[in-house]
Design a protein around this ligand. Structure first.
Ligand SMILES: [Zn+2]
Ligand SMILES: [Zn+2]
Length: 174
């Protein structure tokens, strides 16, 4: 969505609040989820721009609901990812380097942060999601989730290599 900052630029007001959604139908700002992730709702954007004697700054947060799978046990997980998006607002032509990502640029009184917001969102979205921090994962033998207790497979014992030789000799003896 475009934000009209003319009231701030003309000094008529010193704060502009905004709240809107970026939907999946907004092709210009298409949100491509990482593998194994689907976004289940529009991005909810909320924030404000303040003007402090000509110095404008923007504070926003963007929330998106997702569905994914635990990287260890493959259980479905649902969650909400929140991105903080804070920038200094500069008017067109006042910046040496307009690609500097601490800034967003107002053009003809209009500010559009959606492209950058969506890019940031995809960049910061966690590459690996777990159902819980201490997820025990799956048994490599039988594939059962170990979050609900032992699966019953015999555990591999760590054998001292010196004892292993002895054990081999004993096995040959049998
Ligand atoms: Zn898990
Ligand atoms: Zn098992």
């Amino acid at each position: 969505m475009v934000l009209d900052l003319s009231s701030l630029l003309s000094g008529k007001s010193s704060r502009l609040d905004f709240e809107y959604e970026i939907t999946q139908e907004d092709e210009e700002n298409a949100i491509l989820p990482p593998d194994d992730v689907s976004f289940t709702a529009p991005v909810r954007v909320k924030g404000y721009v303040t003007d402090n004697a000509g110095y404008m700054s923007l504070k926003a947060s963007a929330e998106i609901d997702y569905k994914s799978r635990c990287a260890r046990c493959l259980e479905d997980i649902f969650g909400t990812f929140i991105l903080e998006f804070n920038r200094t607002v500069a008017t067109l032509g006042t910046l040496q380097d307009e690609a500097n990502d601490e800034y967003v640029v107002v053009k003809n009184g209009i500010l559009d942060i959606d492209r950058e917001l969506v890019e940031d969102l995809m960049l910061e979205f966690p590459p690996k999601l777990l159902c819980k921090e201490e997820c025990a994962g799956l048994c490599p033998k039988c594939g059962k989730s170990l979050n609900f207790g032992e699966c019953g497979c015999p555990k591999k014992k760590e054998i001292d290599p010196r004892l292993a030789i002895l054990q081999k000799l004993l096995e040959n003896d049998e």
